[in-house]
Design a protein around this ligand. Structure first.
Ligand SMILES: [Zn+2]
Length: 299
C-alpha cells in the first residue's frame, strides 16, 4: 500500500509546474483535511487557515518528499504539525489535543529547505529505516486482513497502539489473558522475521519492536492499519461483510483513529452533496499557493 500510482503521477506533474494537477491534488484532499482539522478546532476559520497552510507546506517541501510515502499520510503529517504548532501558540492549555497529535521531529526536516546537508543525510537515514519498518508492519497488517485474522489485528492495535494492558484487552474481547499474551508473543516473533528479512529494516531489534511507544507512534503517524477510502465508502454503504464491518468499527470508533474518522466525515458530507464553503476553501487554497507553484524552477 505505497503511494498510489495516481498520486505519484500528480506529484510528478505538480513538480513540473502543472496547475491542473495542483488543483486536482487540492480537490482530492481538501475534504478529508478540513474534516480532520475540524475535529480538533471549534473555529472553522482557524481550521481553514491550517488546511491552506498545509497545501503550501506540501509545495514547499516537495523536494524532500519521499515518493514511497503515501501522499495522504504526508499531508496528514504536515497538518498534524501545523495543528500542534497552533495549539502551542494559541491554546497552551489544551494538552489533551496535543497528546493525540504526537508529532515527531521529522516534519521539521520536510518543511525546511535550508537544512544543513549533514543533518539532512542523517534525517534521510532515519527516514529510510523508519520507512522500512512501516513497510514490514503494513505487510503484516495485509496478511492479517487477507487471512481474516481480524481478532489478532484488534489485539495488536489495543496492546501496541492504544497501549492497553493484557487484562483489559482480554476483558474487552472475551479472551483469556494467556491467549492475549500468546498472541503478543507470536506477533513479535512475526515482526522480527519480517524486519530481519528486509535489508533496510534489519536495524530494528526485537527490543525496539516490543517498546510499544515507538511502534505506536509510527503506527499512528503512518496510518499503518488505516483503511482505504474505498473500504470506508463501502462500510458506509453497509456493503462490507461482518468481519470487516466490526473491524472498521473497532479501528475508527473504539480506536478513535482521527484520520479514518476524518475520511468518514468527509465521505458522509460528500453524500450530502457537500456545500459551498468547501468549494470556496478549495479556491482559496489554490489561489494562495499558485504563485509559489509557477515560481518553481523548471526541471
Ligand atoms: Zn485509521
Amino acid at each position: 500500500m505505497a503511494a498510489s500510482e495516481g498520486d505519484a503521477y500528480l506529484i510528478e506533474a505538480v513538480q513540473g509546474g502543472d496547475q491542473d494537477a495542483w488543483r486536482e491534488v487540492i480537490d482530492r484532499y481538501e475534504g478529508r483535511l478540513i474534516s480532520f482539522a475540524r475535529r480538533m478546532l471549534a473555529q472553522r476559520g482557524e481550521a481553514e487557515d491550517l488546511v491552506q497552510e498545509t497545501f503550501l507546506g506540501l509545495l514547499r517541501s516537495l523536494p524532500n518528499y519521499d515518493r514511497r510515502r503515501s501522499l495522504e499520510t504526508y499531508l496528514f503529517a504536515i497538518l498534524r504539525h501545523k495543528l500542534s504548532d497552533h495549539f502551542r501558540k494559541h491554546h497552551p492549555g489544551r494538552r489533551q489535543s496535543l497528546d493525540t497529535l504526537e508529532v515527531d521531529d521529522a516534519p521539521q526536516a520536510w518543511l525546511s529547505t535550508e537544512t544543513p546537508s549533514g543533518y539532512l543525510a542523517e534525517a534521510e537515514n532515519v527516514a529510510a529505516q523508519r520507512q522500512a519498518l512501516v513497510d514490514c508492519l503494513r505487510q503484516y497488517v495485509e496478511q492479517c486482513r487477507t487471512q481474516s485474522r481480524f481478532q489478532e489485528l484488534m489485539v495488536v492495535e489495543m496492546l501496541m497502539v492504544l497501549g492497553m494492558r493484557n487484562k483489559e484487552v482480554a476483558a474487552d474481547l472475551g479472551l483469556t489473558e494467556t491467549a492475549v499474551a500468546g498472541t503478543k508473543f507470536r506477533v513479535l516473533e512475526r515482526w522480527r522475521q519480517l524486519t530481519q528479512a528486509s535489508e533496510a529494516a534489519r536495524e530494528w531489534r526485537e527490543a525496539d519492536l516490543a517498546a510499544t511507544s515507538t511502534v505506536a507512534r509510527i503506527w499512528r503517524e503512518e496510518g499503518v492499519s488505516c483503511l482505504k477510502r474505498s473500504t470506508l465508502g463501502r462500510y458506509l454503504l453497509g456493503a462490507l461483510d461482518d468481519d470487516w464491518t466490526s473491524y472498521v468499527e473497532f479501528h475508527a470508533e473504539v480506536g478513535g483513529c482521527d484520520r479514518c474518522l476524518a475520511n468518514l466525515d468527509d465521505l458522509r458530507s460528500e453524500d450530502e452533496g457537500g456545500d459551498d464553503t468547501r468549494e470556496q476553501l478549495r479556491q482559496r487554497c489554490f489561489a494562495s499557493s499558485i504563485g509559489f507553484l509557477s515560481r518553481r524552477p523548471e526541471t
